[in-house]
Design a protein around this ligand. Structure first.
Ligand code: GUN
Ligand code: ZN
Length: 431
């Protein structure tokens, strides 16, 4: 039976970094008709109601119906080490991250972590994520299995590293290639799943491994490739010492064919002019991870400058370097970093980044991230008065954007009143 969701609706007809808030489509009494996992119609609630009298109606009142959030860069295996104190990137990896990732040789641990992470994501309104796994093939199986069970559109890949990581957490150039290829063959394009070729970052891959993964990507160019780029200054210096012939950090990836429109570069903070020009030319996507960049002390992403020059940008939690599962908290951090750099991002720009923008960064703009006929029905219902502090501010609002902004700045999972995945409402999981 078709289902008709009624409430305020918000989606984007264009990129608000280019067209301002005029790019947004807000309806204070809108409707979204869904059937068979797809959005069939979007429009004024009364019109849809009259046109589809057989639909089951879910009237959400003044709550906001939005595309589900899209988290363009996370490490699901780091769920249990979120909020680990006191380290910068390289020490944080060695102290907290690698010991936890080591535990994923146990498929039962991986399965449990994947369940916990996806339940938390859904409770926070994130319906699609693009995740790093660990070096263990079972860690990829675990996250795809958990996603498949929930009908979610999820991207993930085996994290490859064959050096500068502890014993037990290293593969080789050959096993990275072989295992990635096997996993890709098994999962890519199954249901709503996509495989992502995943070298962790230049310091933990030998030149041979980067070459093997570049070759794999050339064999399967419709897959995405994800890695990290220019997150911290110490990391950049390390890359320079490991690859002395490279012109800069990006050049390491370029040299091995690891650049292109399907490339996702997490962080991308301390970029040189040549790197920016090359990223733009390649049409690669840069993934902003603002809570992580503040938490690990990495630096301030140049959102305004990068968007103005035409770069493709997505938004992400970067769990567990990031400090929240919520894309609302992530938008708030993006706003604060924008302010520190001298640009106040508009709520339309923030919401776009967390929905259509991240979907486009992942090459999924024709499947998810917008309320539009034919798109997959991953939706969230957002309570714009989810706490007393938010409610009292929202009551003062004179415009829709002013009513939305307190939820962006102060909201969390309490604001997510309902989550629909693949056309079906999900029971609120315990996490
Ligand atoms: N660089 C290489 N690996 C990681 C990771 O797991 N998290 C973050 N934030 N940066 C990285
Ligand atoms: Zn990361």
């Amino acid at each position: 039976m078709p289902e008709l969701l009624i409430g305020q609706t918000l989606t984007f007809a264009a990129d608000p970094f280019l067209e301002g808030s005029d790019a947004a489509r807000h309806d204070s009494r809108g409707g979204v008709l869904i059937d068979g996992g797809l959005i069939r119609a979007v429009g004024p609630a009364d019109t849809l109601r009259a046109a589809h009298p057989g639909a089951r109606v879910h009237d959400y009142g003044k709550r906001l119906i939005s595309p589900g959030f899209v988290d363009a860069h996370i490490h699901y295996p780091q769920t249990a080490i979120i909020a680990s104190w006191g380290k910068r990137l390289i020490d944080w990896l060695n102290t907290y991250t690698f010991p936890e990732e080591m535990r994923f040789h146990d498929p039962a641990h991986a399965a449990q972590a994947a369940e916990t992470c996806l339940n938390l994501m859904l409770a926070h309104g994130t319906t699609t994520l693009c995740s790093f796994a660990t070096i263990h093939p079972a860690s990829v199986e675990a996250v795809f299995t958990a996603a498949q069970t929930r009908g979610m559109r999820v991207l993930a890949g085996k994290t490859c590293m064959d050096r500068n990581a502890p014993e037990g957490l290293r593969d080789s150039a050959q096993t990275a290639y072989d295992d990635s290829k096997t996993l890709l063959g098994r999962w890519h394009g199954q249901d709503r799943l996509g495989y992502v070729i995943t070298p962790r970052f230049a310091p933990t891959s030998s030149p041979e491994q980067l070459e093997a993964l570049g070759a794999l990507w050339a064999e399967f160019p419709d897959c995405l490739m994800q890695t990290h780029l220019s997150e911290q200054t110490e990391e950049i210096a390390w890359v320079r010492s490991l690859f002395p012939k490279a012109r800069d950090y990006l050049d390491v990836y370029e040299h091995f064919g690891l650049i292109g429109r399907g490339a996702l570069f997490g962080h991308a903070i301390h970029l040189e002019a040549r790197e920016r020009a090359r990223l733009l030319e390649a049409g690669a996507a840069l993934i902003h991870c603002p809570t992580s960049n503040a938490f690990i002390g990495s630096g301030m992403f140049d959102m305004a400058g990068l968007k103005a020059e035409g770069q493709r940008v997505g938004l992400a939690s970067d769990i567990g370097g990031g400090s929240s599962f919520s894309m609302l908290r992530t938008m708030a951090a993006a706003y604060e970093i924008g302010q520190l750099r001298g640009t106040a991002l508009h709520p339309a720009q923030l919401w776009w980044l967390a929905t259509a923008g991240s979907a486009a960064a992942l090459g999924l703009e024709n499947q998810i991230g917008s309320l539009k006929q034919g798109m997959e029905a991953d939706l969230i219902v957002v309570d714009l008065e989810s706490t007393p502090a938010i409610a009292q501010r929202a009551h003062r609002a004179g415009t829709f954007w002013e009513a939305l902004f307190p939820t962006i700045m102060m909201g969390d999972d309490r604001a997510i009143a309902a989550t629909w995945v693949n056309g079906a409402p999900i029971a609120r999981p315990a996490g």
